[in-house]
Design a protein around this ligand. Structure first.
Ligand SMILES: C[C@@](CO)(OP(=O)(O)O)[C@H](O)COP(=O)(O)OP(=O)(O)OC[C@H]1O[C@@H](n2ccc(N)nc2=O)[C@H](O)[C@@H]1O
Ligand SMILES: Nc1ncnc2c1ncn2[C@@H]1O[C@H](COP(=O)(O)OP(=O)(O)O)[C@@H](O)[C@H]1O
Length: 297
């Protein structure tokens, strides 16, 4: 039995740029250019040696643990590395689901990070990247620095950027049901949307130009998310009117929306007004340098 326990922070993401194409790969996954940024809201994943593999969540999951992204990541990494994943994996959930914030993906990435530490495997080993991609399109992002540009199905690392750390962000989510990525892509197929040029966002990030990032924010999956969860339209209109908001959009497939704010105070007042005046889930946070980090071992 391995001897060490690991605690890993599993942060959420927002999509600063999402460009979905109608073309698909052999798995049926859309070609996607995605620029994601990690934010401070996160789950905590604790990995402790055990006689057999188990995954628990707090609050408890309403689905079998074998379907948990963390379980799938542990089993698959064990398989490709010839190891038995004998661990209790416990996830303290804070990231809302069906929100476009990458909750299941970051939990899987944090599990991979913890197991790599336990088994002394380089997190950037090709086998780990392949496992990550097999668990979900967003999982690879959480193994690298943030922000990052990924191509392919949104799972092939192209470039990371040294920018935006500490930038204030407010998250607001109205829907209790939310939107799954699968539903959003299905609606997109029925009515594909044009892709915004990616170069302005890449240039802004390379230059560390915050206003350029604000100007280049884009997401052509947002109309699909809005048709599934129409309350997003109301949330976005409200957010864009709030003081100190530089820009607001849907994160990925939604239903969570995010605002890039002028200050920490602006993000905090937006989040408290969203909850107190509108009864919406909200969170004031900031951009972080990486989506998953070992915090204790
Ligand atoms: C839309 C995005 C934007 O970052 O995520 P969310 O906003 O939902 O978090 C991603 O493309 C989602 O990533 P992720 O949620 O990891 O996707 P997966 O679990 O691999 O796939 C869920 C479903 O989405 C569809 N899918 C996903 C990625 C892609 N490039 N094309 C697709 O068509 C597939 O139908 C798949 O069955
Ligand atoms: N670790 C996990 N945390 C939350 N949900 C998970 C996890 N693993 C698997 N799931 C499943 O993923 C579903 C949410 O998927 P999805 O809508 O794609 O995520 P999101 O939009 O929040 O990134 C949940 O309803 C649940 O069934």
């Amino acid at each position: 039995m391995p001897s060490l326990s690991f605690t890993v922070s599993a942060l959420a993401k927002v999509n600063l740029y999402l460009g979905v194409y109608a073309t698909k790969d052999e798995r049926g996954y859309h070609r996607v250019d995605s620029i994601m940024a990690a934010v401070g809201l996160g789950d905590t994943v604790t990995i402790a040696p055990a006689k057999e593999l188990s995954v628990t969540m707090d609050p408890a999951a309403d689905f079998p643990m074998e379907q948990n992204s963390a379980w799938r990541a542990a089993v698959e990494l064990g398989r490709v590395c010839g190891r038995e994943p004998l661990f209790d994996i416990h996830i303290e959930k804070h990231i809302p689901i069906r929100a476009g914030l990458g909750g299941p993906s970051t939990d899987a990435a944090a599990t991979l990070r913890g197991l790599c530490a336990a088994w002394d495997i380089d997190i950037h080993d090709e086998r780990v990247a392949a496992v990550a991609r097999g668990i979900g399109a967003d999982v690879p992002f959480f193994l690298y620095e943030s922000p990052a540009y990924l191509s392919g199905a949104g799972d092939v690392m192209e470039e990371t950027f040294d920018a935006l750390e500490g930038m204030s962000v407010a998250l607001v989510r109205a829907s209790s049901k939310g939107v799954t990525a699968q539903e959003a892509y299905r609606i997109f197929d029925a009515n594909p949307q044009p892709v915004a040029p990616i170069e302005p966002m890449l240039e802004a990030l390379r230059a560390g130009d915050e206003q350029g990032v604000v100007n280049a924010l884009a997401n052509n999956l947002a109309p699909a998310a809005m048709s599934i969860a129409p309350e997003i339209v109301d949330v976005l209109a409200w957010m864009r009117e709030q003081p100190g908001v530089r820009v607001a959009d849907v994160s990925g497939s939604g239903s969570c929306c995010f605002a890039l704010c002028e200050s920490k105070e602006a993000a905090q007042s937006l989040a408290s007004a969203a909850s107190s005046e509108r009864g919406w889930w909200s969170c004031a946070t900031q951009m972080e340098k990486s989506g998953s980090n070992l915090i204790d071992c």
